[in-house]
Design a protein around this ligand. Structure first.
Ligand SMILES: Cc1cc2nc3c(=O)[nH]c(=O)nc-3n(C[C@H](O)[C@H](O)[C@H](O)COP(=O)(O)OP(=O)(O)OC[C@H]3O[C@@H](n4cnc5c(N)ncnc54)[C@H](O)[C@@H]3O)c2cc1C
Length: 484
């Protein structure tokens, strides 16, 4: 069994920020990440084998990342890349899969900084080759310097759409249309005072809009993708007006030819580790849906377990960096490595910056508040669970047979039993049940979280040096004879 003062799950902006602070206070820190290189989503690095021939806009942020990356080299830090934390076998203990280094760690404090994932919203044709998510496109561009096509449509909801459109244009692709479902332009002015709490981000957005205007990429609000069409791959998309209740005006639909559709409907906090650890969760549609309940010190409902970054509620990279540092500071104080007064002095500027970004986020979330529901996009043939290829029609069939709870639908269709373990399709299932029963999404009971939190290989599990199992005495065997 490995031991540490602090175990951090996730080496993105949040985890690395905490790993910059806590070891400097003297804590022994282990940090795990299932990628080969640190950086998470925002500071995603090119694979080591790549050789950069010129500096690009994607490198401008790497100055900031450089300081973060020093965290893994601190003498008090053990950094495990390609390591997936998948189970919480006992209080304060995490199991991780990392090939020959697979094992368990016991830690006095645990920081879960697992980030977010794209919120998939099913619609006819969304599984066609040529359709990618907004986060997926960002990873292609940042992590491989690849764009999937020459003529793209960007559709969905949220600020990431503009980032994506700008990155496509910079990479030389034509952006034929950007369809934002929320009436964002109409909401902009009344929320400007809040947005100006983060002028540096507003400036970024103005740059993105400028780039799109210069490239002639039309940006329409109150419109969404209702279908992606093509034989073996994407050939065109159908866009139509959508109102704030989620009603679609198909009579006013229009078709746009393209070879790439970037569908971005926002992000969902990755809560699988919190559910596994038994942390209480709460629901905030503005912050991406379900997220762990936390104190002002970022501690969850389980003492000693902390939650920060996009995995604890969507806030973006600035939030992630500040929350990571705050978590590192609070944990060092709680474990006695930092005095109360020093911790308070260290935390004060972090808390006030966090407050500024909170005000900004409220403005941003009000500008991009999504339509009440996306369920009108789905037809009976629409695949709602990609891993197990389950269609809406199959779900409806089961419901008609009396399988109406999320648990019953999962059990009878295998929806959410596949590779993603429901990370992608459970929000869709909850939305379908909520729309069917006329209740709020957060009132839908989801199936309990089970290990593994993320996929691991049997090979990894076999690497673990576990004690031999102890079987209970078998009453059917003569006394003293053992089960073999
Ligand atoms: C696909 C995607 C692309 C994005 N691109 C951008 C962008 O270009 N610009 C922008 O402003 N924002 C982007 N975002 C938003 C992004 O979430 C934040 O900007 C920021 O990266 C959040 O930092 P974080 O540390 O909270 O999470 P992340 O950066 O996501 O880091 C979390 C890390 O933990 C790892 N992890 C998760 N679970 C486990 C586990 N069980 N075991 C081990 N490791 C684990 C993840 O693989 C990841 O490396 C993107 C989000 C996504 C999902």
């Amino acid at each position: 069994m490995n031991n540490a003062d602090l175990a951090i799950v996730g080496a993105g902006p949040t985890g690395l920020s905490a790993a910059l602070v806590a070891p400097r206070a003297g804590l022994k820190v282990w940090i795990f990440d299932d990628n080969a290189l640190p950086g998470g989503q925002y500071f995603r690095q090119l694979p080591k084998q790549y050789r950069k021939t010129q500096k690009t806009v994607y490198d401008k942020e790497h100055g900031r990342a450089a300081e973060l990356f020093t965290a893994i080299h601190h003498p008090n830090v053990t950094y495990l890349p390609n390591a997936t934390v998948w189970e919480n076998p006992d209080p304060g203990i995490l199991a991780f899969a990392a090939g020959e280094r697979s094992g368990r760690i016991e830690a006095k404090a645990i920081l879960i900084a697992c980030g977010a994932s794209d919120r998939p919203v099913p619609f006819p044709g969304w599984t066609l080759p040529g359709v990618v998510t907004a986060g997926g496109l960002q990873n292609l561009v940042k992590g491989a310097r690849v764009v999937p096509g020459e003529r793209a449509v960007v559709a969905g909801n949220g600020p990431l759409l503009m980032v994506v459109a700008a990155n496509l244009i910079r990479a030389g692709a034509e952006v034929a249309a950007v369809a934002e479902a929320a009436p964002a332009k109409a909401r902009l002015w009344r929320n400007l005072p809040r947005l100006l709490h983060a002028p540096e981000i507003v400036k970024l957005a103005v740059n993105y809009r400028g780039l799109m205007a210069k490239a002639g990429a039309p940006y329409r609000c109150g419109e969404t993708v209702i279908e992606a069409r093509g034989g073996d791959e994407l050939e065109e998309v159908v866009l139509a007006p959508i109102d704030t209740r989620g009603h679609i005006d198909r009579a006013k639909a229009r078709t746009v030819a393209c070879d790439t559709l970037v569908a971005g409907f926002g992000l969902n906090p990755s809560i699988e580790m919190y559910r596994l650890l038994g942390c209480e969760v709460t629901y905030n549609s503005y912050r991406g849906g379900w997220m762990p309940k936390r104190s002002e010190d970022l501690e969850t409902s389980i003492p000693g377990i902390f939650a920060a970054g996009d995995g604890a509620g969507i806030g973006g990279v600035e939030f992630a960096l500040i929350e990571g540092k705050l978590a590192g500071t609070v944990i060092a104080r709680n474990l006695g490595a930092l005095g109360e007064r020093d911790a308070a002095i260290q935390a004060a500027p972090l808390r006030s910056r966090l407050e500024r970004f909170r005000k900004f986020r409220v403005g941003l979330e009000r500008v991009y508040a999504p339509p009440a529901t996306w369920t009108e996009l789905m037809t009976e043939d629409t695949v709602v669970c990609r891993c197990e290829d389950v269609s809406l029609g199959e779900v409806r069939e089961r419901e008609a047979q009396g399988f109406t709870s999320a648990f019953a639908i999962k059990g009878s269709t295998r929806m959410s039993m596949g590779r993603c373990q429901g990370r992608n399709c459970l929000p869709t299932l909850a939305a379908l049940i909520a729309a069917r029963d006329g209740v709020a999404v957060e009132q839908v009971d989801l199936p309990r979280g089970r290990p593994p939190a993320r996929l691991v290989t049997i090979g990894d599990l076999l690497q673990e040096d576990l004690p031999a199992p102890v079987f209970p005495a078998d009453p059917h065997l003569p006394r003293g004879e053992e089960v073999t």
